[in-house]
Design a protein around this ligand. Sequence first.
Ligand code: NFS
Length: 654
Amino acid sequence: MGKDKSEETMVSVKDRTMCEATQQMLEKARRDGVKLDLDRGYEMKPCPIGVESACCKHCYMGPCRLNPRDPYKKVGVCGATIDTIMARNFARNVAAGSASHNDHGRHILGLFRGIIDGKIKEFAIEDTIKLEKVAKSIGIETEGKEVLAVAKELCDELEKTFSNVDGEMPFVKRAPKATQELWRKDGIMPRGAMVEVMEMMSRTHIGCDQDYNNLTKQISRTALADGWGGSMVATELSDIMFGTPSPTLADVNMGVLKEDHVNVIVHGHEPAMFEGMLAAVSDSFFIEEAKAKGAKGINLVGMCCSGAEMMSRHGIPHAGNFGSTEAIMVTGAVDAMVVDIQCIKQGLAEVARCYDTHLITTNPRCHIEGATHIEFEEHDPRKCTDQILSKAIARFGSRKLPIEIPRQVQTGVHGFTHEYIEYMLGGTFRGSYSPLNDNIINGRIRGVAGVVGCTNPKVKQDSVHIALVKELIKNDVLVLQTGCSQISLAKAGLLVPEAAPLAGPGLSEVCETVGMPPVLGLGSCVDNTRILIAASAMVEAGGLGNSIADLPVAGCAPEWMSEKALAIGQYFVASGVYTVFGIGFPSIKDTKFHNLLFDGLEKQGYGKWGTAADPIEIARMMIAHIDKKRKELGIDKVRERTLVDMSDRRELAS
Ligand code: NFS
């Protein structure tokens, strides 16, 4: 571990991350001569043409590079214009993001089928109430039928999400009628995810679809096949198999590691392996084995999205988001870092090697050079989990490096769902979204924002998430969160009812009355579909228009980095939501394609994209959109009165 010569040029750790625990580990890594992603991100100088999506490598006549400062001056060798090139690049990003979520959803469906067929005995159907509700929501008759019969019908129906070659995906029925009609009118109703992704790849081949307008339609269709397809299947079936979350207290940040325990981290996206680990760590055999090596027990914690899911369902501690996955191994206290699929940096392998940590891949779709591969099989989870635990316990017993665990831990409330929001605001017997709508109509809540997505070493980790969310709640915007963004705010202490005073007068009043935080954590990235269902329920409850596009809502991924984030953004836009991305956006301002995404789609009845780097500017854009929608709904005047008239507000509170 020699000293790196670029060390002197590095910025302070305080400029790389807001997370004090991650700062401490970045500092230690620098001392140890280990390079982390947070510094690699700072040192990488992105290609100025690629960053604006002005290059094309879809064939070998190029790669063609257009001039981002004068994008219409030149075309590619085949004649492709800048709009075609940007649209095709964006299309392939969305196809990859949608494919990832659909791949996840398809494997969850496979697990569900295995349980129904009796081939998988280690998992079961946990939540039969949710099973019935989901089945009914897509028109399956449940009356008088056995649980397994309903499950089988649901499984057969949801298979179409992936395999349909024509017709409509099952879950699109859950969108408001007007939203569905718009999709049908424009020919973007998703059929099956496989066909949408395949067609997107085919249409973006050299010499095929070369009209950015037509390409954008298939981009929306492919994205909708994610949000109303594979992602929604993943969320709903995971709830049915592992239990629908309800609010639970959980600890977040690196302080959840325990020096005197065997520490096992699970990081990734599919819940089955993590659920298998949870069962294995409570086996007395392994607890005794750990004790025999001098440990007090086994400490299982999560990271990233599967961590967020397990925290929501079971209150499992969460050690940090995407920006901290390399840094946490610098503690020396991680005995095994166990991963499955997605958002798993290859850099983990080198950091694991430096700190003598086991990096264990478990999924046939994700091996990493230098990692140990122990495959997880759903019909026999213990074969994998037991080998992992044996390795982790042995590593504990032979720890040689000094251990340094940051002390930061923040307790918060996690595990909200669209079902729980309905119950929380409407009560057990009259569960409904009407009270939420009423509070929006009367102006106490100005609107609802979804703030989600990754962290990105291009910006100071967590900083944009935290500043944005604080600004939104200060302006009476209720914030729904998922994924790494939820973890950023959890670390900042906003996922507790005690954070209500940070909200504006209207929102804090609602939070105090109900006893809820101003920021509600909904789980992992596939759980963004809970926001789609909540938005549809708001339309159905009445008083806020006919489609999702009418609602005073907005979305944001302030520190995005992945293709999955682009797919999510596009399915929100195509569902009617104004969606702002921080950091930057892969298109050139004032080109035809950019103008279509950032303006034209809204005129066609959809949502639209926005982008800005500064969190206060992002908040201003989102709030301006919410206020525009309030005006169109004719509820802007109520809010003005509510905010200026204190006695009126006191009366409302009584
Ligand atoms: Ni979603 Fe971003 Fe990854 Fe999860 Fe985190 S980085 S797009 S939030 S872990 S998927």
